[in-house]
Design a protein around this ligand. Structure first.
Ligand code: XUL
Ligand code: CO
Length: 438
């Protein structure tokens, strides 16, 4: 083993709920079975390269604060290789089975595309070796098509065809390495695919270009034989004022319109849902009911701040309701619970990286257990089933099966005189049942 970056911290162990050790799991026991499946396999945790390795904790008012000994500031392949070792040491010690990257988190930008590709090849070879040494797998890869100034007007939706080609070349390369590293999926998040003012934007043309771009990606996937899933990650705003993939429904509509639906699923992120004015469970339900629930980016926002704060998900109501939806739709298959989350600027030590992931993993373990208990309890499900019972027979069933007409509905209503058996929605009762399990 090369130089250790976290020499004082060993593998994080499960110590049970009474443990006061900040560097131990209290609830996440990877081997514990929930609904007959291990927590490891339910949750499929992934660590991200960008926040965990690269985030320095800078903000608009101050420099980075984070202690990250692998960040020497050289911007070289040598530095990137050291960072890869730090990443795998961290991911092994925290006990996450997966990790995720953007191409440019892994290796430095070159002066030309050819040089960037060369840098990426050099570091990705090291990733391959580290994956085989540790057994850690790639959940998904993606291309960072938003940092470089050439992407100022977007990537696939840029007004410039030249920029489109750079973006396509980057995705091509990132897909190749995702495939080579056995990635379970590949993510498209529209970093700057959107606009700031319609005064300078031909929106229809930009959307057509995005559709073309994704069709090219589907064709290339087939060409190289990549069998992983394609995921689109909705986000309504930031960096642009209006991002095209604004929420789950908008993404599904876009995919349908451009004939892409069969090739994509969604990667739903909590903070993005909140920025769209939606709950995480709403977004999961929209994706799940369309058969397109692929993966999640686990984090949360702050109700008092209006932007993408990407905090570690520690809210048990959030994790329980997230896991309820995921279990309802049969669990995560090629997706996972990916910590697209960053420690606060004030939490700048190396230890905080572990503590934050432990907090998120324990919160998801509790959420999973609560969701399983709610399902076993059956009162909430039973209530919902019973609420719709008028559709199971008679006029309801004839409407559902497409046999009834407006005239039949009118005849039914006239015969009834008035609706007599409307029942309470019992929101407070259901919330208190949820509380019983949290
Ligand atoms: C940005 C975001 C990205 C994607 C991957 O808000 O969530 O990190 O997850 O490009
Ligand atoms: Co994300």
């Amino acid at each position: 083993m090369s130089k250790q970056f976290f020499p004082k911290i060993g593998n994080i162990q499960f110590e049970g709920r009474d443990s006061k050790n900040p560097l131990a799991f209290k609830h996440y026991d990877a081997d514990e079975l929930v609904e007959g499946k291990s927590m490891r396999d339910h949750l499929r945790f992934a660590v991200v390269y960008w926040h965990t390795m690269r985030g320095a904790g800078g903000d608009m008012f101050g420099w980075g604060t984070a202690q990250r000994p692998w960040q020497t500031g050289e911007g070289t392949v040598r530095e990137a290789v050291a960072r890869a070792h730090a990443m795998f040491e961290f991911t092994s010690k925290i006990g996450a089975p997966f990790y995720c990257w953007h191409d440019r988190d892994v290796a430095p930008h070159g002066k030309t595309l050819a040089e960037s590709n060369k840098n990426f090849d050099a570091v990705a070879k090291v990733l391959k070796q580290l994956q085989s040494d540790t057994g850690i797998r790639l959940l998904w890869g993606t291309a960072q098509n938003f940092v470089h100034p050439r992407y100022v007007h977007g990537a696939a939706t840029s007004c410039s065809a030249d920029v489109f080609c750079f973006a396509a070349a980057q995705v091509k390369k990132a897909m190749e390495w995702t495939h080579e590293l056995g990635g379970q999926g590949y993510v498209f998040w529209g970093g700057r695919e959107g606009y700031s003012t319609l005064l300078n934007t031909d929106m229809k043309r930009e959307l057509d270009h995005l559709g073309r771009f994704l069709h090219m990606a589907v064709a290339y996937k087939k060409k190289i034989g990549f069998k992983g899933s394609f995921f689109i990650e909705p986000k309504p705003k930031e960096p642009t004022r209006h991002q095209y993939d604004s929420d789950a429904a908008a993404c599904l509509n876009f995919l349908r319109e451009y004939g892409l639906l069969e090739h994509f699923q969604l990667n739903i992120e909590v903070n993005h849902a909140w920025l769209a004015g939606k709950t995480m469970e709403h977004e999961l339900e929209v994706a799940g009911s369309a058969g397109a629930l692929g993966s999640i980016d686990a984090n949360m926002g702050d109700y008092f701040l209006g932007w993408d704060t990407d905090q570690f998900p520690t809210d048990l109501y959030l994790t329980a309701q997230t896991m309820l939806r995921i279990l309802k739709y049969g669990g995560l298959k090629t997706g996972g619970v990916n910590f697209d989350a960053k420690v606060r600027r004030e939490s700048f030590t190396l230890e905080d990286l572990f503590i934050a992931h432990i907090a998120g993993m324990d919160a998801f373990a509790r959420g999973l257990k609560a969701a399983a208990a709610i399902r076993k309890d059956g009162r909430i499900d039973g209530f919902v089933k019973s609420r719709y019972r008028s559709w199971n027979a008679g006029i309801g069933s004839r409407i559902e099966s497409g046999k009834a007409t407006f005239a039949d509905c009118e005849k039914h209503a006239l015969a009834l005189g008035e609706v007599k058996d409307l029942e309470s929605g019992r929101q407070e009762l259901l919330e208190s049942i949820l509380n019983e399990h949290i």
